[in-house]
Design a protein around this ligand. Structure first.
Ligand SMILES: *Cc1c(COP(=O)(O)O)cnc(C)c1O
Length: 391
């Protein structure tokens, strides 16, 4: 499908292709000669679907070093974030209604908090430092006796900034607040040891690390006071926390995805680091170019760069045939500059000139070299055409 003549994909932070082995396992869980039975059924076929699901849960739990019983299947990170935030806030509402998050979170986190703010909860929005990191002292200052939940993402989807979730979680434990982490961008790409980390709730999704779209999970720690109220009601599956017939093929695909990621994590990390460094070294001397976020504390699968005196939409056009994200993937249909980059202190022009390159298993040196050429040419040409901007 991907016609490499007419497009080159450097948008792996938005989604990834499914691995062949994942697809084969999924197909076998759907067809007439496969395991299509409803896993809730108590006959032999249903029980076998259940075995497949248990196997997938074990693989995912293995990737995250936790127990399979701690994982609730959802439709993706958006649903997991909603279940964690709305569900935990509701469960703990009689203890207090103060919640804390950051301005640089994904919409799947900020929007549920905004809904809660309209319904009698008090939400504190923390600003990041200019490099995108959360200063723990700022979090400690914001904590109150009635703080119930803190939500901070692991890897930022726009900038790749990696938050210190161990330190943030420790601060939450000190004050008795639950800690939710949106790990959609880090799951399967960075080591996550849930047995060790002070994390109570964690959202993940398969399609950001070579799994199918439409399947995710919420980790719920086995700890006193950690619980979520369900958002859906129905057949009672998954201890009533998220009812509905389990999508066997999605879950089996997710399990395979997790097993492959566990085996490949170091190799993948080394590869994307090489790709990111090659791209940055190829464009870093372009006048006025800068990294949004931080290179040394950033996830190497993402390189977000802005450049002075160039209009963002024109630069994106000049980048053809590359599929890259501008400002923000979610905001790119609007002309609004990215709220994440604005929170790092960028003005409208710099935020609008931002391009997010993101790298994956299939990315090659040749693609990177071509991206360097396009970027350099694009910036130079746009400056020639509109020299007035450089005033
Ligand atoms: C992609 C993403 C989501 C949404 O995940 P879906 O599975 O597509 O719903 C949430 N948070 C972050 C950080 C993401 O990158």
């Amino acid at each position: 499908m991907t016609d490499s003549e007419s497009m080159i994909y450097l948008d792996y932070a938005a989604s990834t292709p499914v691995e062949q082995g994942v697809l084969e396992a999924m197909t076998a869980a759907m067809t007439i000669d496969g395991n299509y039975a409803n896993p809730s059924s108590t006959h032999a076929a249903g029980l076998y679907s259940n075995v497949l699901i248990a196997d997938a849960a074990a693989k995912l739990a293995g990737l995250l070093n936790t127990q399979p019983e701690r994982l609730i299947w959802t439709s993706g990170a958006t649903e997991s974030d909603n279940l964690a935030i709305l569900g935990a806030a509701s469960y703990r509402k009689d203890r207090g209604r103060h919640l804390i998050s950051m301005r640089t979170e994904h919409k799947a986190v900020t929007d549920p908090f905004s809904e809660l703010a309209k319904n009698g909860y008090d939400v504190t929005w923390l600003d990041p430092e200019p490099d995108g990191l959360l200063d723990i002292a700022r979090l400690e200052d914001a904590m109150r006796d009635d703080t119930q939940l803190v939500s901070v993402m692991h890897v930022n989807n726009e900038t790749g900034v990696i938050q210190d979730i161990a330190a943030i979680g420790a601060a939450c434990r000190d004050r008795g607040a639950l800690f939710h982490v949106d790990a959609a961008q880090s799951c399967g790409k960075l080591p996550v040891d849930l047995d060790d980390l002070p994390v109570d709730l964690m959202s993940i999704t398969a399609h950001k690390f070579y799994g199918p779209k439409g399947i995710g999970a919420l980790y719920i720690a086995d700890r006193k006071g950690v619980h979520v109220e369900p958002l859906l009601f129905g057949g009672g599956q998954q201890r009533r926390l998220r009812p509905g017939t389990l999508p066997t093929q999605q879950i089996v695909g997710f399990g395979e995805t997790a097993a492959i990621a566990a085996a490949r994590m170091h190799e993948d990390f080394a590869h994307i680091t090489q790709m990111r460094d090659r791209l940055w070294n190829g464009i870093r001397d372009v006048p006025g170019v800068r990294v949004n976020g931080t290179l040394d504390k950033g996830f190497p699968g993402i390189l977000n760069v802005s450049v002075e005196d160039v209009e963002g939409e024109s630069l994106l056009l000049a980048m053809e045939p590359f599929c890259v994200a501008t400002g923000s993937a979610c905001n790119s249909k609007s002309q609004e500059p990215s709220y994440v980059l604005r929170a790092l202190g960028l003005g409208d022009d710099l935020a609008q000139s931002a391009i997010r390159f993101s790298f994956g298993r299939p990315t090659t040196e040749a693609e990177i070299d071509f991206a360097i050429e396009r970027y350099r040419q694009g910036v130079a040409r746009l400056r020639e055409m509109a020299p007035g901007r450089a005033a």
